[in-house]
Design a protein around this ligand. Structure first.
Ligand SMILES: Cc1cc2nc3c(=O)[nH]c(=O)nc-3n(C[C@H](O)[C@H](O)[C@H](O)COP(=O)(O)O)c2cc1C
Length: 179
């Protein structure tokens, strides 16, 4: 399966968790991994190129640090500009039909905090619903997210293990992930 990872971290130089995920990807020749902030430091997204790339891949992974219960701003801008009416949705917007989308995110909060009654009240799946609905409105399938919890406290060893688990999750088939 052709997989593209779109990573979006505004301060990758200071990152530990997302960098760990990216270094695992570097060992994997099968997956195209892109760094949105490196490609578009001026926020000027090449929409046509992004749409062409989406057509080439079957599974698209959005990898980002969880920021205010959502994604960093350049990725939001990417959704706004790339997933447009007439291309991604609407009567003629059929180009993403059948594509699989997946979020891989890192969170400062613990797993226990992301539940009813916990510090963050909601699960990450619940908080990802705007992204989920964006992608299902574009006729895509939204697969279960991979989350690294408590990312700032994790040791390098734990982050390396999480990165391996993430790569496995991302490459697991639809049937196994969604049953
Ligand atoms: C602006 C900002 C907003 C954040 N919002 C959240 C949040 O809503 N929930 C959460 O669990 N962590 C939040 N964090 C913590 C980051 O998710 C965490 O530091 C990051 O995932 C660690 O990954 P990294 O080492 O790749 O930067 C926030 C951090 C920043 C800088």
């Amino acid at each position: 399966m052709k997989i593209m990872v779109i990573a979006a971290h505004p301060r990758l130089a200071e990152s530990r968790a997302n960098r760990a995920l990216l270094s695992e990807w570097k060992k994997n020749g099968q997956v195209l991994v892109r760094d949105l902030y490196q490609e578009y430091p001026d926020y000027q997204i090449d929409v046509q190129r992004e749409q062409e790339l989406l057509l080439e891949f079957e599974r698209i992974v959005f990898q980002f640090p969880f920021y205010w219960y959502s994604c960093p701003p350049l990725l939001k801008k990417w959704f706004d500009e790339v997933l447009v009416y007439g291309w991604a949705f609407g009567p003629e917007g059929v180009h993403l039909k059948g594509k699989e989308f997946l979020v891989a995110t890192t969170a400062g909060g613990t797993e226990k905090s992301y539940r009813s009654g916990g510090d963050n009240f909601y699960t990450i799946s619940e908080l990802l619903r705007p992204i989920e609905r964006t992608l299902t409105k574009c006729n895509g399938t939204f697969l279960p997210a991979f989350v690294v919890y408590d990312a700032n406290q994790a040791t390098d060893e734990i982050l390396a293990q999480e990165a391996k688990r993430c790569a496995e999750h991302v490459q697991t088939s639809l049937n196994v992930l969604s049953h």
